[in-house]
Design a binder for this molecule. Structure first.
Ligand code: NCD
Length: 327
């Protein structure tokens, strides 16, 4: 495993198995009311969390995870307004300053792709010990989301390999699907169907990676329903309106998403009885890419999916600071 956690393709299959195993262990301990020992794991350590972009789940679960392990937590929300970036400070200066207060882990979310890799380079260049964790970099990646997605697939389906999964919605601007696709490529016999309007299809770098790693993939448009009965998991995402600057294009895509790319009771009706419906959240309340009726279906696991973020983020923080646990 790399020093920093910036991209999912840096994890080996063994790393992944160990992180998920540790996360399951943390979950079991907490559910058994066994908090005390965990509280010592990050005692005396500091986790600094700085977000340049909106968040509910990721920010709160990182805070909760760090506190669960006994760390001291600093959190800056809306950094583009509340940090010195608003006074014209460069990203490099901000990162150097944050690192100079010696946090053990620096968790960052940024609007721009590539900023997390840059933060990691800056920290390494100036010799800081801080570990960087990517909590989302624009349309780039969201690696800890992919960990919790995988954890949920394993939990609900009892396996990650040997599955057929459809990933739908805004695959071009959404980062969760990109990170998850890299992780799924580490398992055997995975088939991915990418369902999106042509303008929002998954980019070629992911498709090339999947081809290289032997993952069977295909792309479908508004006829995606034909493939739904074959799927073990359906992973839906919202239109990333904040990343589409052109108003006319944005409005057209909103119409397309609303009219042609929603999951409702009809779609669930043709899905397998033991399949699952996932979503990284938030659901857009205007476009309703998953309808409120569909949301109440027993196969819709998104709340638990988000809740699993606590276990995987705690496991990751622990491993980054303390190394691999001895089991
Ligand atoms: C996702 C994100 O930030 O990429 N949210 C999350 O962290 N669960 C998905 C999204 O914003 O659409």
């Amino acid at each position: 495993m790399a020093r920093h956690f910036v991209r999912t393709q840096d994890l080996s299959r063994e790393d992944l198995d160990r992180i998920l195993f540790h996360a399951r262990n943390i979950e079991a301990k907490i559910l058994a009311g066994n908090k005390k020992k965990l509280k010592r794991r990050l005692k005396g350590k500091t986790v600094t969390i700085v977000f340049w972009e909106a968040s509910t789940r990721t920010a709160q679960s990182f805070i909760a995870a760090a506190q669960l392990l006994g760390a001291t937590v600093n959190f800056t929300a809306d950094a583009s307004v509340t940090s010195s970036a608003a006074k014209g400070e460069t990203f490099e200066h901000t990162i150097r300053m944050l690192a100079s207060y010696h946090p053990d882990v620096l968790v960052i979310r940024h609007k721009e792709m590539g900023r997390l890799a840059e933060a990691a380079r800056i920290i390494d260049h100036f010799g800081h010990n801080t570990r960087v964790v990517n909590a989302g970099d624009g349309p780039g990646q969201h690696p800890t989301q992919a960990l919790l997605d995988l954890y949920t697939i394993q939990q609900k389906l009892g396996r990650v390999g040997h599955i057929r999964i459809m990933m739908g919605g805004d695959l071009l601007n959404g980062r969760t699907v990109r990170s998850l696709a890299y992780l799924l490529s580490k398992y055997k016999d995975v088939e991915i169907v990418f369902a999106a309007p042509e303008e929002l299809q998954i980019s070629v770098d992911i498709l090339e990676h999947l081809t290289e790693t032997g993952v069977k993939w295909s792309q479908v448009g508004e006829n995606f329903r034909q493939q739904l009965p074959r799927m073990h998991a359906v992973y839906w995402t919202r239109l990333q309106t904040e990343r589409i600057a052109d108003t006319a294009l944005r409005e057209r895509l909103q119409m397309v998403q609303k009219e042609k790319f929603c999951i409702g009771v009809d779609e669930l009706g043709i899905m397998q009885a033991d399949s699952i419906l996932m979503h990284p959240l938030p659901i857009n309340s205007q476009l309703r890419e998953i309808s409120s009726e569909a949301e109440r279906d027993y196969r819709c696991v998104m709340i638990q999916q988000a809740a699993n973020g606590l276990w995987v983020r705690a496991a990751l923080l622990d491993i980054l600071v303390n190394g691999w646990p001895n089991y």
